[in-house]
Design a protein around this ligand. Structure first.
Ligand code: SAH
Length: 250
C-alpha cells in the first residue's frame, strides 16, 4: 500500500506528529528526515519540509520519487490576509498562487512560465476531508489548547475558511505589504512560504495534494509579536489533533 505523506514546515509541529506514529523508523535523505510508520492503520511518511519554496519543492519531489506516496498533505501556519481571517482560525487551501512570481513582460505577472497558469488547485476530495476535520477542531478548541492561552492570544471563536492561499519567499510582516497583496489578489485568504511550490510539484506528477494552515499572525506590523508562543502553544497542538482526526476518519 502506497503511503500518505504529511509535510510540516516547522519542527514544533513535527514533534507531536512523530510521537503519534506507530512503528516509526527514520531515513535520512537530502538533508531531510523521513519518518515512516502507521497512524490509525494507514501507512504514513512524515517529513519536515523546512521553510521556503525551494525546500518545500525538493521535499515534495523526494516524497514522490523515493517514497512513492499516493498523496501529500501540508500543515503549517500562515499569515491572515482577508478581513475576518484571524489568529487561531484554520485555512484550508482550494488553490495556490506564488505571489512573488513575475516573468513579465514575457509572461503575465504571477503566471508560472511554461505552465500557462498562475493558480494551482488542490485535490477536491482531500481538501473536503481536511475541511471536515478542521471544523471538528475549531468546534471545541479548549479540548486541545489551554483556554487561558487562547484568551491571552486573543483567540475567541476560531473559524474554518477555504479558498486561495498565497506563497512566496518572504515572511510578510508589514501592513503595507499585506495591503499590496490584498489589492492585487483580493480573494487571497492567507500567505505563507511553501504551499504553492508543493502544489506545482504535485501538478507535475499528478499526485493529489491538500493543505491546511493555522493562522499565526495577520501578516502585518505585529506579525512577529507572539509568533513563537502561538506556534508552541496553539498551532502545534491543533496540527496534531487535526491530522489525528483526519487519519482516524479516512
Ligand atoms: N520560527 C520558524 C520559522 C518561521 S518562518 C522556525 O524557526 O522554524 C515562517 C513560517 O510560517 C513559514 O513556514 C511560513 O510558511 C509561515 N508563515 C506564517 N506567517 C507568515 C507570514 N506572515 N508570511 C509568510 N509566511 C508565514
Amino acid at each position: 500500500m502506497r503511503p500518505i505523506a504529511i509535510m510540516a514546515a516547522m519542527q514544533e509541529e513535527m514533534v507531536g506528529l512523530r510521537s503519534a506514529l506507530q512503528g516509526a523508523r527514520t531515513i535520512l535523505s537530502g538533508a531531510r528526515q523521513f519518518t515512516m510508520g502507521t497512524w490509525h492503520g494507514h501507512h504514513v511518511v512524515l517529513v519536515l519540509s523546512r521553510v521556503g519554496k525551494v525546500a518545500a519543492a525538493t521535499t515534495a519531489t523526494a516524497l514522490i520519487e523515493r517514497f512513492d506516496v499516493n498523496s501529500i498533505v501540508f500543515t503549517g501556519v500562515a499569515g491572515g490576509l482577508a478581513e475576518g481571517v484571524n489568529v487561531g482560525d484554520l485555512v484550508v487551501a482550494t488553490e495556490f498562487v506564488q505571489h512573488d512570481m513575475d516573468a513579465s513582460p514575457l509572461f503575465a505577472p504571477l503566471e508560472v512560465p511554461l505552465y500557462g497558469r498562475a493558480h494551482f488547485p488542490t485535490d477536491i476530495a482531500l481538501t473536503q476531508s481536511l475541511k471536515t476535520a478542521a471544523q471538528g477542531i475549531v468546534r471545541n478548541p479548549g479540548q486541545w489548547v489551554d483556554m487561558d492561552t487562547l484568551h491571552d492570544l486573543h483567540v475567541r471563536s476560531p473559524k474554518v475558511h477555504a479558498g486561495l492561499v498565497l506563497s512566496g519567499d518572504r515572511f510578510v510582516s508589514t501592513s503595507t505589504e499585506s495591503q499590496v497583496l490584498q489589492q492585487r489578489l483580493p480573494l487571497a485568504l492567507a500567505v505563507e512560504m511553501e504551499g504553492a511550490a508543493v502544489a506545482q510539484v504535485c501538478h507535475d506528477y499528478d499526485v493529489p495534494f491538500a493543505a491546511v494552515r493555522t493562522i499565526s499572525d495577520r501578516a502585518d506590523d505585529g506579525a512577529t509579536h507572539d509568533f513563537n508562543r502561538f506556534i508552541h502553544e496553539v498551532a502545534s497542538r491543533y496540527t496534531c489533533a487535526l491530522m489525528g482526526t483526519w487519519m482516524a476518519n479516512r
